[in-house]
Design a protein around this ligand. Structure first.
Ligand SMILES: NC(=O)C1=CN([C@@H]2O[C@H](COP(=O)(O)OP(=O)(O)OC[C@H]3O[C@@H](n4cnc5c(N)ncnc54)[C@H](OP(=O)(O)O)[C@@H]3O)[C@@H](O)[C@H]2O)C=CC1
Ligand SMILES: CC(=O)[C@@H](O)[C@H](O)COP(=O)(O)O
Ligand SMILES: [Mn+2]
Length: 294
């Protein structure tokens, strides 16, 4: 098996190369499926290899799906921690710092995904990842904020049964499951203590404070190269934020403006996707240079 765990668009070509070499893939690099989900999943089918999710929510869905038949799935529900800025208004978000944004409440992760979690773009990317991994129609994918990060995601079946995967928030669990599937290896981790958790909360996402989520749904519904455009613009804007060149709220503004300025187009060929990626990066870089600091 090849584990695809580098960050960003740079993960796409090596992941495809592993598939074409006949390797099963453990996928952490969600950007691969955001950019080129159809091409990648077609290659997985053609090569007869397995794509096993490492991302915690997708590992949870993959496990929950084993409780029933695909045709009996009603919807999948991705949970989101809400990130470090859960509960903040758009006005309050204009004053947050890079240090605050990198301070994820539940997971210790790389800088890019930590910022994506703070904007909720991470959940948007995960919606697109779920569509391709599980072949779920976009209208059957929901997002629920769950601040405790204990319920890693859920699947609702036609009969009303909802199957969830729970566990302490520790990436060793989904990583090991991808590596050992279908076996489950013993891990030296504490058991989940539900009595200690006491409560598990769920909320609708705040789409006004965190418009990145709807940008990702829009990109998925538009189809073609639009998810690759979303991803490329986001990578440029996140990097500009991490270099202290733009404000936090400019990240999503830049992604939105870049999407508006691009023509769309079919994503049948990898070349078309890579061209859209380059053009979106160019436009997002210009917009980053123009963004006014508050
Ligand atoms: N961290 C987590 O808990 C989770 C992460 N993911 C996903 O996994 C991926 C990695 O995230 P994370 O580990 O947090 O990120 P990190 O920033 O911690 O690590 C990224 C890694 O990618 C490598 N890398 C970056 N660009 C290139 C390149 N062009 N060629 C080769 N290697 C490169 C880096 O190498 P170097 O250090 O040499 O620069 C580094 O080892 C992301 O797609 C993320 O969304 C998904 C779920 C959970
Ligand atoms: C650990 C993992 O899978 C991350 O992708 C995590 O989901 C980030 O948390 P958010 O729910 O805050 O985006
Ligand atoms: Mn995740």
């Amino acid at each position: 098996m090849t584990v695809s765990a580098i960050v960003g668009a740079a993960g796409l070509k090596p992941t495809l190369a592993a598939i074409m070499a006949g390797k099963d893939v453990g996928l952490a690099n969600k950007e691969t499926l955001v950019m080129a989900g159809r091409i990648v999943m077609d290659a997985v089918a053609a090569q007869g290899v397995r794509m096993l999710p490492v991302d915690s929510e997708h590992s949870a869905i993959f496990q929950a799906l084993q409780a029933g038949r695909r045709e009996d799935v009603k919807k999948i529900i991705l949970t989101a921690s809400g990130g470090p800025f859960r509960g903040k208004t758009p006005e309050q978000l204009q004053r947050v710092t890079m240090e605050d944004a990198l301070n994820h409440p539940k997971w210790k992760m790389g800088r890019k995904i930590s910022i994506d979690s703070a904007t909720l773009m991470n959940k948007g990317l995960e919606v697109i990842e779920a569509k391709w991994l599980f072949g779920t129609p976009v209208d059957d994918i929901e997002v629920l904020v769950h601040p405790q990060s204990i319920v890693h995601s859920l699947v609702e079946f036609q009969d009303g049964s909802v199957i969830a995967q729970l566990g302490i928030p520790d990436m060793r669990i989904p990583i090991t499951y991808a590596l050992s599937y279908p076996e489950r290896l013993a891990l030296p981790l504490p058991s989940l203590n539900l009595a200690e958790c006491a409560r598990l909360d769920f909320y609708q996402p705040d789409r006004r404070s965190f418009p990145a989520l709807d940008l990702a749904f829009d990109a998925l519904r538009s189809g073609g190269v639009q998810p690759a455009v979303l991803n490329a613009a986001n990578e440029i804007a996140v990097e500009a934020f991490l270099q202290d060149r733009i404000d936090f709220t400019s990240i999503v503004d830049i992604v939105s403006s870049t999407m508006d300025r691009m023509q769309g187009g079919s994503e049948e060929n990898l070349e078309d996707i890579l061209e859209a990626d380059v053009e979106a990066r160019r436009r997002a870089s210009v917009l980053s240079g123009l963004a006014v600091r508050r």
